[in-house]
Design a protein around this ligand. Structure first.
Ligand code: GLU
Length: 294
């Protein structure tokens, strides 16, 4: 049998510029991929067409290049010579097929509940859970939000850093949206289809996305994926005094740091320091990232 190479991905949303939080993710993606012999695929997550801007895409690609973070797949460099990188906006046929797959099994329905109506049911600080109000109304798909029907049951997975996790998507969020009323695919849906079609076997991302994992494993199974990827959820960057980074600190893009005359190594080192990977700020080369995880 031909051994299957494991593959992870770096998947920035094209809704802003890269910041230190993305670099904390990139350090994990490249560092762990090189440690475990996995390939790195680039995916430009541009499913949110209202927040997408073409200038974000070019700045993301340019910053990756400047930092020396070269993906093995996803074609950043061919992009530079006129070819295109892997974008969600080019994958719409795959999303349509996935929707048909679910709809044929009676797993999709349309919903016209307002976001506010769903949100008011949640206790403060809790995620709103959709109660399934529109499940049996038979609304037409066109012009409405689409939701996936979730049966009760838990999803269990062994996070490579956090250990065994058990989640109940039907209780946490209920039937979640897969497409908005305006036709935009949601994050949960796009990322699940992409992780299948890009054959991602290892997902490395921040622990702010931990609660999404059970529902993505469930959705992937409904779409016919028989083996879930492995997951590694890493800590997030925090301010130097241990508190969460403020909006303003987060707003500081890699481009701003470049404009201050910083070197790629010092910017990577700052992300690693704010993420608790190194004890003191110091320049960090991409080649050194696997050493952070030994
Ligand atoms: N696009 C997401 C982000 O930039 C990451 C999605 C994921 O890793 O699942 O936060």
């Amino acid at each position: 049998m031909v051994p299957v190479k494991s593959r992870t991905r770096f998947a920035p949303s094209v809704t802003g510029h890269l910041h230190l939080g993305h670099l904390m993710n990139a350090i994990h993606v490249w560092g762990l991929a090189r440690t475990w012999g996995a390939e790195v695929a680039l995916r430009l997550e541009d499913h949110d067409r209202r927040r997408f801007r073409p200038e974000y895409e070019s700045s993301i690609l340019d910053d990756l290049d400047w930092l020396g973070l070269a993906p093995d797949l996803g074609r950043t460099f061919e992009f530079r010579t006129g070819s295109t990188p892997w974008r969600q906006s080019s994958a719409t046929a795959r999303y349509d097929r996935a929707l048909v797959h679910l709809a044929e099994r009676g797993l999709v329905y349309a919903c016209d509940c307002s976001r506010a109506a769903v949100g008011t049911e949640a206790a403060p600080g809790e995620e709103p859970r959709y109660a399934g109000t529109c499940r049996d109304r038979g609304l037409p798909f066109d012009g409405h939000r689409l939701r996936v029907r979730l049966d009760p049951g838990s999803e269990t997975f062994d996070d490579l850093r956090l250990g065994r996790q058990e989640q109940r998507p039907d209780q946490q969020c209920g039937d979640f949206a897969i497409r908005d009323a305006n036709g935009d695919w949601t994050y949960q849906f796009a990322v699940t289809v992409d992780d299948m079609s890009q054959e991602i076997s290892l997902v490395i991302r921040g622990e702010d996305l931990l609660a999404s994992t059970g529902r993505q494993i469930r959705l992937a199974r409904l779409l016919g994926r028989d083996r879930a990827p492995a997951y590694y959820h890493h800590p997030l960057v925090v301010g130097a005094d241990g508190r969460k980074l403020s909006k303003r600190e987060f707003a500081k893009g890699i481009g701003d740091l470049r404009a201050e005359g910083r070197s790629p190594g010092s910017v990577l080192g700052e992300a690693a320091y704010l993420g608790g990977l190194i004890a003191q700020p110091r320049p960090l080369a991409v080649e050194e990232t696997p050493g952070l995880f030994r």
